[in-house]
Design a protein around this ligand. Structure first.
Ligand SMILES: NC(=O)C1=CN([C@@H]2O[C@H](COP(=O)(O)OP(=O)(O)OC[C@H]3O[C@@H](n4cnc5c(N)ncnc54)[C@H](OP(=O)(O)O)[C@@H]3O)[C@@H](O)[C@H]2O)C=CC1
Ligand SMILES: O=C(CO)[C@H](O)[C@H](O)COP(=O)(O)O
Length: 479
């Protein structure tokens, strides 16, 4: 074989194909491999004018075509497929070679894989990539974990192909072992929450004000010109203005209303439960997708009494669209704040040093949740890297103060009209719970102590207490 490729990509479906093209367009010679050779051949047949590709039919041929130390990017489904590909390549590699898993792996799998491969003298980098098909081609947001030395060698190439915002690449070393995949997982959890909130705004505009999809697309377009400017808002207006070619109906009216999920949102919630972080917005988003898919439950419950069908009119409708904009912005702040808290907690639990300002900064471009307000989140964490919650940063506390009357009105009207708004409601409850002087958790402690002698702490004294409920009802200090 003549010239060697600088880097290889194995797994040439939607993401791998475009990542390989992105690398080639930036002047890097790319070796190509796919389980089924046809995809490799198609890529070379269609895009060989974009750069240098070295097509390989077998794993051995692929490995042989790479310069040393070899750098192999995997872009295959998480779980067994990733293990299968790693197992295929590992015996063919040599000390110092690097495997980069750029799929949506679970961070605990990434920790396991890095440990196993480092014992064989191989470097393993678990790397989150976001931006979908278009981002992979034109510049994604890249979240690499793994050893710092591996990033030192790999970083310039990754930064070259990443999205750029204000001249800065949307790529940074996130932290050791699974940190990159952990942050990508939370990114996807926030993505779920953001999508759910936008969907609720659409539902309220449609059912609460009687607007049609085209009008809602226009409303979203106008919001997208302001503080809600984001990729998800932009594509939502595109989707809402799309008309189905077969029926002439709005696209959104001919799509089955059952949202699917591949699993990263669920992982985020499972991880948050383990860490004890209340990510209520992401939780509601995951459960809302699940509920939408429960045709059995929905069929059984359809026709139960309710108030659905009423539309706001006259003075009641006045300003309601603006209220929804406020509620959306406030709820979005809460969802992102919760996600960043999960990253903070994950960093403590897994001993990663994660710069939250840097994470917010690389999410400003390339990724699915890119949004104007990530500039403010970046600035907030740069002002105070240990910020307990984004809600406490002045730029957000002021926005929440300004939004809260509208936010409360939206949640109340949604309940009155029978329009489900779990994302808006849970975000408002979270805000109210965090700012409350006292929570009813005191009663829960009493209940626990009553039935299980689980003890409680008091506000007026140090120590742990148990009340003799069946006797004279007096507290006893527990040692
Ligand atoms: N699609 C998206 O927008 C995004 C996806 N991701 C992640 O990137 C990765 C790739 O996603 P995507 O491009 O959508 O493709 P898919 O997740 O659909 O994966 C398809 C690719 O994986 C290969 N593959 C599947 N199973 C195996 C196996 N057991 N052994 C070897 N190869 C296998 C397929 O080969 P073959 O052609 O032979 O079937 C094909 O190249 C996933 O982890 C995904 O979660 C990350 C960000 C965005
Ligand atoms: O990683 C992504 C974007 O960042 C993928 O698009 C994500 O897998 C989509 O998730 P789901 O299918 O669960 O909606």
């Amino acid at each position: 074989m003549s010239a060697k490729a600088e880097i290889g990509v194995s797994g040439l479906a939607t993401m791998g194909r475009n990542l390989a093209r992105n690398l080639a367009r930036h002047g890097h010679a790319v070796a190509l491999h796919n389980r089924t050779y046809q995809k490799t051949k198609d890529l070379v047949d269609h895009f060989s004018d974009e750069g240098t590709f070295v097509a390989a039919e077998s794993a051995q041929e692929f490995v042989d075509s790479l310069e040393r130390p070899r750098r192999i990017v995997l872009m295959v489904p998480a779980g067994a497929a990733t293990d299968a590909v790693i197992d295929e390549f590992t015996p063919l590699l040599e000390q110092g070679d690097v495997i980069i898993d750029a799929g949506n792996a679970h961070f605990l799998d990434t920790r396991r894989r890095e440990k196993a491969l480092s014992e064989k003298g191989l470097n393993f980098v678990g790397m989150g990539v976001s931006g979908g098909e278009e981002g992979a081609l034109n510049g994604p947001s890249i979240m690499p974990g793994g050893p710092k030395e591996a990033y030192d060698a790999l970083g310039p190439l990754l930064e070259d192909i990443a999205a750029k915002v204000d001249g800065e690449p949307c790529c940074t070393h996130i932290g050791a072992d699974g940190a990159g995949h952990f942050v990508k997982m939370v990114h996807n959890g926030i993505e779920y929450a953001d999508m759910q909130l936008i969907a609720e705004a659409y539902d309220l505009l449609r059912k609460g004000l009687g607007l049609d999809p085209a009008a809602i697309a226009e409303t979203f377009r106008s919001w997208n010109a302001g503080r809600l400017d984001s990729y998800l808002m932009e594509i939502s207006s595109e989707v809402l203005s799309h008309v189905d070619a077969d029926t002439g109906k709005p696209f959104v009216d001919v799509v089955a209303d059952e949202a699917e999920q591949k699993g990263t949102g669920r992982w985020t919630v499972q991880g948050a439960l383990e860490l004890g972080v209340p990510v209520t917005g992401i939780g509601e988003a995951v459960f809302s997708r699940s509920l939408s898919g429960h045709r059995d439950l929905r069929d059984a419950a359809r026709g139960l009494p309710g108030t659905s069908g009423a539309v706001l009119e006259g003075a009641a409708a006045e300003g309601f669209a603006d209220d929804i904009e406020q509620a959306l912005y406030a709820s979005k702040i809460v969802a992102y704040a919760q996600g960043f808290n999960q990253i903070q907690a994950g960093a403590v639990e897994y001993d990663w040093s994660i710069d939250l300002g840097a994470v917010a900064s690389i999410w400003r471009g390339g990724c699915i949740i890119r949004a104007r307000f990530l500039d403010e989140i970046t600035a907030a964490y740069r002002r105070d890297p240990a910020l307990a919650t984004l809600l406490a940063d002045t730029s957000f506390s002021e926005a929440l103060a300004g939004a809260q009357d509208s936010w409360r009105r939206v949640v109340a009207v949604a309940a009155q009209l029978g329009i489900p708004a779990p994302g808006f409601s849970t975000a408002l409850s979270y805000y109210d719970a965090l700012r409350a002087e006292r929570l009813p958790a005191a009663l829960i402690q009493g209940q626990r102590d009553f039935f299980g002698a689980h003890t409680y702490r008091r506000t007026d004294r140090e120590g742990t207490f148990h009340t003799l409920w069946a006797e004279e009802g007096r507290p006893q200090e527990q040692r």
